[in-house]
Structures are given as C-alpha cells and as structure tokens.
Design a protein around this ligand. Sequence first.
Ligand SMILES: NC(=O)c1ccc[n+]([C@@H]2O[C@H](COP(=O)([O-])OP(=O)(O)OC[C@H]3O[C@@H](n4cnc5c(N)ncnc54)[C@H](OP(=O)(O)O)[C@@H]3O)[C@@H](O)[C@H]2O)c1
Length: 345
Amino acid sequence: MVNVAVIGGTGYSGAELVRILSGHPYAQLTMITSRRYAGQPFSDVYPAMVGTVNLTCEAFSQEAVSRAADVIFTALPHKTSMAVVPRLLDQGKKVIDLSADFRFKDPALYEAWYQPHHAQDSLKKAVYGLPEVYFDDIKGASLVGNPGCYPTGVLLPLLPVINAPFIDSGSIVADSKSGTSGAGRSVSLATHFCEVNEGLKAYKVAEHRHNPEMDEVLSLFSGQTVHITFTPHLVPMTRGILTTIYVGLKEAVSTRDVASYLDAFYEDKTFVRICPRGTFPNTMYVRGTNYCDIGFQVAERTKHLILISAIDNLVKGASGQAVQNMNIMLGFAETAGLDQIPFPI
Ligand SMILES: NC(=O)c1ccc[n+]([C@@H]2O[C@H](COP(=O)([O-])OP(=O)(O)OC[C@H]3O[C@@H](n4cnc5c(N)ncnc54)[C@H](OP(=O)(O)O)[C@@H]3O)[C@@H](O)[C@H]2O)c1
C-alpha cells in the first residue's frame, strides 16, 4: 500500500481523484486539502461520498502533506502548482500535477501562453503523462505533468498517423465539444446553468491555451513542426469531450490502411478502444471510465481523414489518467483502480 494525498481535493478533478483512489487496491488516501473547506468532512462537500470517504479536508501544509503521503496529486490551478511542487520533490515525493505548469518542454512556450515559470528546475525533470505514448519515461519519473483534457482527446487519435506518408500535417483542424465540468467548480457566468443549457457555443477561438500543448507534443513526437487549428465548444452536459479532427490527405488511402496504423499503435493499450468500422465514439460510452474511444472515416470525395475521439474529461482527461500515471510510476498494474465498467446507457 502506498499513502497518497490530493491537494486541491474539493475541485472537480480533485474529487474525481478521491473517488478513484478510494477504490484503488494498492493506494491509501490519507489526506485531502482545501482552503475553503478545511475542517469539514469531505462527504459534507460531496454527499455522494457519505460512507465511502471518511476524511476531513485539511488546510495545505507542506510538512503535513509530506508526513501523510509518498505520492501527491496536485489538482490545483496553474501557477499555484508550481509554488508547491518543487519542495515536495525535494522531500523525495512522487508528484502528479494536473495543471499546465509541468506539461511543456519549452518554458518559453509556457510563458508565452500562461505566465512566468518559477519552477524551471522541476519542469526539466517533468515527464508528459500520456501513458499510451510515454510509458517508459513515466516509469522512471518523479514528476509527471498530466496532459490537458483537450490535448488528450486530440493527441490520442492523431499521434499514430501523424508521420504516415498520406497525412498533410499542415492541414489539421480539430474541434472539440466539452461538458462544463471542464471549467472546474468555481462559479462563473460562462458556465452558469442558464448560460449553457439548451445552447452550444465556441469559445477561445484560435486562442485556447491547450493548442500550444498539442502543437508541442505533435512536433516533438513527429520530428517536424506541427501547428493545428483548434476550436473548443461548450456543451450543456456535465462530463465528456467529443473531438473531431479533419486531416488533409496527400494521397489516396484506404480505410484498411488507416486502421492498420491505429490498431498497431494501440494493440496492447487497454484504455484506447478503436471503434468497429462505420461506428463512432459517443461521450456516453466512456462516462466515468478511463477509456478513450476512437473512430475514423476516410472522406474520399474531399480527400480528408476524419478522426473522432470521446473521453470523460474528468477521468481519461484528468484524474483517471493521473492514477494511470501513478500506477506506472510505482510498477502497479496500469489498470489498478481504473477498471470501472462503463454505463451501458
Ligand atoms: N476540470 C477538468 O476537466 C480538468 C481536466 C484536466 C485538467 N484539469 C486541471 O486540473 C486542475 C484543477 O482543475 P479543476 O477543474 O478541478 O478546478 P476546480 O474545480 O476549480 O478546483 C480547484 C481546486 O484547487 C483549490 N484552489 C484553487 N485556488 C487555489 C489556490 N490559489 N491555492 C490553493 N488551492 C487552490 C480549490 O479548493 P479551495 O479553493 O478550497 O482551496 C479546489 O480544490 C487545473 O489546473 C485544471 O486545469 C482540469
């Protein structure tokens, strides 16, 4: 058993970590921190957890966290994470950070899209936590930068084909539709029920901060500079991201050829399911699970490959992937604590 703590445990991704870790066979959740709810039972904040989680939220203290746990999940806003992670690493802890603070290889890119980076020594040690691609690096890591939710939904379908000879990598357009839990638990007008219900809107068009994260990973992985055009949309549902990616084709390609790239890449990867030909992902089918479902179609008439993925933003897009990373870092079965059966409907 390993003792684990969740910093920022009352936010949406923190609470999802608490849910998953509470059922983990090899992890003991010993601490949940929160500023607003310090002193209150976690199950008062999330009544669904009555009888399941008996911990009381505590104010964050570096010393107390270090005493309580050997693996620490930081589910904090960006900028806040980089203020706490370096000291945890100095104390020999393993850290999985869910913010953007440790996702970028190039600090200048982070600084261009976020703010000055004050933990660049830690950033150098960080590994990008996309397990289906960087398993071997994650295995030896002390710090994992857990990927963004949109990048997870875009990268998993794209990486297997990005270097295929038929792909025009300068032509990629991705569009994602997300449930509102992606914006976190803080109250804001943009995610207020009446502003979202019965509507569907694009936001941060051509300026979403997850775009440079996608570009950096695609470029490093493929060995060429890749910039994709990305537009996120807000959908009146709580969980889930559906992503549709349009890729220009340089030459004709058959469905069978595309399938061979995806099938080979994900042959032994439990959490990526390639949909049977002619069927497509639905956020409903991955709800509450760590799966990423991928479907595709070759549009022969317009010479495009269309890739579609579905994830639960709070699980494969955040906390499930974070636990998957912990499992790999500690040598546990990758699926430990993540074997939830999907809801059939
Ligand atoms: N939501 C998603 O789908 C998703 C997906 C992937 C990644 N992420 C990333 O995960 C992180 C958390 O996101 P979230 O959606 O869970 O956000 P959230 O619901 O707003 O939760 C944020 C948590 O951090 C704490 N917090 C906020 N400001 C703080 C500060 N200045 N100092 C210390 N604690 C602070 C909050 O609790 P107190 O205010 O009580 O301290 C809360 O527990 C973010 O970096 C986000 O980008 C989220």
